[in-house]
Design a protein around this ligand. Structure first.
Ligand SMILES: Cc1cc2nc3c(=O)[nH]c(=O)nc-3n(C[C@H](O)[C@H](O)[C@H](O)COP(=O)(O)OP(=O)(O)OC[C@H]3O[C@@H](n4cnc5c(N)ncnc54)[C@H](O)[C@@H]3O)c2cc1C
Length: 645
């Protein structure tokens, strides 16, 4: 037993299919119960989130005939954070005839996730990937095309084939416009009831089933209870627990965390992706970081000066005094090693004193070769908007001088635990997209988040949710005491946050929490550092509840109030992340424990002890969270030391 957690019973994915992996999904779809079209009209599904996962799910469920109630906190569904995605979306189409296949995408993803994801889920994802592209093309998504008119591809990290479909550096935006217009069609037809600027603040659970949510109208402050036969969370990732990340400022964990408090297990919270190519932090005033897409590593070469403390301008450093360290250490994959590997390598060269730019926290991403080889015009056509963004932020012209980049928090592989049907441990609560933990193991390969979000929303959930809804419609719950209780919880919390009237801003707490997380639960983690972080987080959380100042009232637009509620949840999540990182005494993917590394500094897994999903049960009354382990079995891709050399 530990001071920080209790050991619970193991958990199993009872929905997991068996038999040959190639037919598991087909067999599951066939065996799932169906709901006939006339009955679908009588069933209501709440979908929280309108990003690629939620938008595609809402459109598809409504198209199938269900009544959908959709929620997002932005002023329009098409402003969901998915709009920020730059580089592309993977699919095993093998258009390049370069040896790609569903099996290879499956293999790359299981290996890329450092053997901490379920084979069945990943195989399904790889299979469905090919349908996504067809669906999006049919919607009119303007993917980049080659001269002959065929869809173009490029490469992303951790693969040796070109399977990433893209629309310049704005793939997420174009895909989201596709999902959004599909939603709009259904909004127009009256099948989707769209509620923008509404924040879910509680899950309603009646008789053990998810039956609705409590929401706050962010403009008027009105609080309402909303009912349904099933609830889908597509509320995105929680990277903003670090304060600084590449995520949109609004991204938060509240929807997932409220469900966690109500009984949904939270899986692998410590698996965070640190992306190697972000614009370095420029000062203490900064509120967000900017990604430079991984696609840039197709043509950009990463390097630092060979000698420690070399302060010359990059153009003055001759070729033989440069260290193209990724190409040197990982000749097979070169600049396109997976993100966890590239991030740690950047940290290592900076720790050695060879980093560039202010504070020595940066490495070069250099396009001189590519411009020489392809010409400036070709480079501009591929990456023009990214170069422009870089120039606007840094004031430097990346066509003339190399970009400076540094790793930053980008994506969270952890999330609510779901079974093969994407159902959480609360019946009737389904979780899709970045909000669930399911397919990426301990490290996500680039261009796989869009693939997973759209696979979940367009293809997987619409098939699995039928099986649950076939038992509906469920009885009316409006008079059930659990509804009033859920609403009271929301009201009491808002009243409490407003009543503290302290002397510190919400942002100051969030920033300090982010520092603690980055320092002790960031790119490198140690037993000592994580224990220290838990103490610091607890202290800061107590201070938050005594000293936070939330001006204004609850009956108006109040962004401080919104943020305060989210930061309160981040405090609880941060503690669980550190506990999860502490308990996992191995290095895998984005989780690097300094105590567990090979002689040459690579992550060292301990499959004999940690080949499981860590699914955490909420600690009520300030107690310890309980750990449930889901053992992972590998029948097809056998765990081996991940090598990209
Ligand atoms: C800068 C950047 C670039 C990226 N580029 C790529 C890429 O090229 N390829 C790739 O595969 N991946 C990329 N990713 C990752 C990918 O964009 C995300 O993982 C993915 O878009 C998440 O989609 P989602 O639908 O799960 O969530 P999101 O798009 O984050 O949507 C969340 C939705 O939930 C709603 N919501 C959340 N909480 C609440 C609440 N409490 N109440 C009501 N509504 C709520 C929000 O309003 C929003 O509509 C990138 C990520 C970043 C940060």
């Amino acid at each position: 037993m530990s001071d920080y957690w209790n050991e619970g019973d193991p958990i199993a994915d009872t929905a997991a299919p068996d038999g040959p992996i190639e037919t598991r999904w087909e067999r599951r779809k066939f065996s799932a119960k169906l709901v006939n079209p006339a009955n679908r009209r009588k069933l209501t599904v709440i979908v929280v989130g309108t990003g690629l996962a939620g938008g595609s799910a809402a459109a598809t469920l409504a198209e199938a005939g269900y009544h959908v109630k959709s929620y997002c906190y932005q002023d329009s569904p098409r402003r969901a954070h998915s709009i920020a995605a730059q580089g592309g979306i993977n699919a095993a189409k093998n258009y390049r005839n370069d040896g790609d296949s569903i099996y290879r995408l499956f293999y790359d993803t299981v290996k890329g996730g450092d053997f901490r994801a379920r084979e069945s889920n990943v195989y399904r994802l790889a299979g469905v990937s090919v349908n996504i592209i067809d669906q999006c093309v049919a919607q009119g998504v303007p993917f980049a095309r080659e001269y002959g008119g065929l869809l173009d591809n490029r490469s992303f990290g951790g693969t040796q084939v070109s399977r990433t479909f893209y629309a310049r550096g704005q793939t997420g935006q174009q895909l989201l416009l596709g999902a959004y217009q599909a939603m709009e069609r259904q909004i127009g037809l009256g099948n989707i009831e769209m509620n923008a600027r509404h924040e879910m603040l509680e899950l309603i659970v009646v008789d053990g089933k998810a039956r609705g949510i409590v929401v706050r109208d962010m403009v008027t402050g009105e609080i309402t209870t909303e009912f349904a036969d099933a609830v889908v969370l597509a509320s995105g990732g929680y990277g903003n627990v670090f304060f600084l990340s590449t995520n949109a400022k609004g991204c938060n964990v509240t929807a997932s965390w409220r469900a966690h408090r109500k009984g949904a297990l939270f899986a692998n919270p410590c698996y965070t992706q640190i992306h190697p190519t972000c614009i370095p932090e420029s000062g203490t005033h900064q509120s967000k970081l900017t990604l430079m897409s991984e696609s840039l590593r197709n043509d950009g070469r990463v390097w630092v000066p060979l000698s420690v403390g070399d302060k010359r301008a990059p153009g003055d450093i001759p070729e033989d005094e440069r260290d193209y360290y990724l190409e040197r250490i990982y000749p097979a994959f070169g600049n396109l090693v997976p993100r966890d590997i590239a991030s740690r390598a950047a940290k290592n060269v900076c720790d050695e004193g060879r980093g560039v730019g202010p504070g020595g926290l940066g490495v070069y991403l250099d396009f001189a070769d590519a411009i020489g080889r392809l010409g400036r015009k070709a480079v501009e056509a591929k990456y023009g908007n990214l170069f422009e963004m870089y120039q606007r932020i840094t004031g430097e012209d990346p066509y003339e001088v190399p970009m400076r980049i540094y790793p930053a928090v980008h994506y969270t592989m952890g999330g609510l635990w779901v079974d093969y049907n994407l159902q959480s441990t609360i019946p009737g609560l389904f979780v899709i997209g970045e909000a669930n933990f399911s397919d990426h193991g301990a490290n996500r390969l680039g261009a796989s988040a869009l693939m997973q979000g759209l696979a979940d929303g367009y293809f997987v959930l619409p098939n699995t949710i039928n099986n649950y809804l076939a038992a509906g419609p469920f009885p009316d719950i409006s008079e059930n005491p659990a509804v009033a209780e859920a609403r009271a919880t929301v009201e009491e919390r808002i009243t409490k946050l407003l009543s503290i009237d302290g002397d510190r801003t919400v942002d100051s707490f969030h920033r300090e929490l982010g520092h603690i997380m980055w320092e002790y639960c960031g790119m490198e983690r140690t037993e000592e550092g994580l224990s220290k972080a838990i103490g610091l987080i607890r202290g800061l959380r107590d201070e938050f509840w005594q000293r936070v100042k939330v001006p204004g009232t609850g009956e108006q637009l109040n962004q401080n109030l919104e943020k305060a509620g989210r930061v309160a949840d981040f405090f609880e999540l941060a503690e669980l992340m550190c506990i999860d990182a502490l308990h996992r005494r191995e290095s895998c993917g984005g989780h690097f424990r300094a105590e567990s590394q090979t002689a040459d500094g690579e992550a060292l897994r301990h499959d004999d002890q940690f080949s499981y999903v860590a699914a955490w049960e909420y600690a009520t009354d300030g107690g310890k969270p309980t750990l449930h382990k889901e053992q992972l079995e590998f029948e097809y891709v056998h765990p081996s030391t991940r090598s990209y050399k």
